[in-house]
Design a protein around this ligand. Sequence first.
Ligand SMILES: C[S@@+](CC[C@H](N)C(=O)[O-])C[C@H]1O[C@@H](n2cnc3c(N)ncnc32)[C@H](O)[C@@H]1O
Length: 243
Amino acid sequence: MQFLSNRFATRTQSLLLIFLLASLVDSVCTRQADAQEKGKRAPYGTYLGRRIAPAMTHLAANWLIRGERESEENPTKLLNQLDLKPGMIVCDMGCGNGFYSLKMAQAVAPNGRVLAVDIQPEMLQLLSRRSIEAKVDNIDMILGTTTDPKLPDNEIDLLLMVDVYHEFSDPEAMLKKIRKSLKPTGRIALAEFREEDASVPIKPEHKMSKKQILKEYEANGFQLLSEYDGLPWQHLMFLGPKE
Ligand SMILES: C[S@@+](CC[C@H](N)C(=O)[O-])C[C@H]1O[C@@H](n2cnc3c(N)ncnc32)[C@H](O)[C@@H]1O
């Protein structure tokens, strides 16, 4: 009997120990996952007087494909301004779940390609699922880093950034690599929510003024080529390397 209760006590202690260890491991892993998630979205300070915004989390990706996006932002008008042609090599920088990648892929088909870059693998997984559903096979997904979009040199005709640039934690490193990726005739199409317009219902750190955009791009060797002011919420500016 003594033997049995000792064994029972030892087993109970062992089970308790395993339970405590498991809870500890679980709590450490949860904290690590939270920290990683926060790390991706951490505010990174300022650049040339502008507060850099945290990256939008993949957990909110559904907002990017909300039904009202067409009436609120008029992406069809934006796409029409890009002058996409079959055969072009284009990049959707900060593609998210691919709202624009899928549309650009159709416009440059059959021989053109879309290089869709994001720093969140979860966004690329969402895009991958959406392209399979849409039977689109001319999108290359690239997992970039905050300092390197991992693009090939000298290949891009047009690089689109919609509501992305203001989230770059290292704008200088990114613009340097982007510059190298463009063909000599290559252009950036930059869309940013208008800071000058208080009626645009977006948080201040996710908006940019034209003045600030030019300040940052000119400081990094780019010049304004043209602009389009007909979108409801965003600036649309075309920039290219300074000659
Ligand atoms: C607001 S979402 C916009 C997504 C997409 N452009 C659209 O309009 O539907 C911004 C995206 O930019 C990505 N991003 C932020 N910093 C980045 C960087 N340095 N390189 C590539 N992607 C980045 C984020 O992970 C996020 O998916």
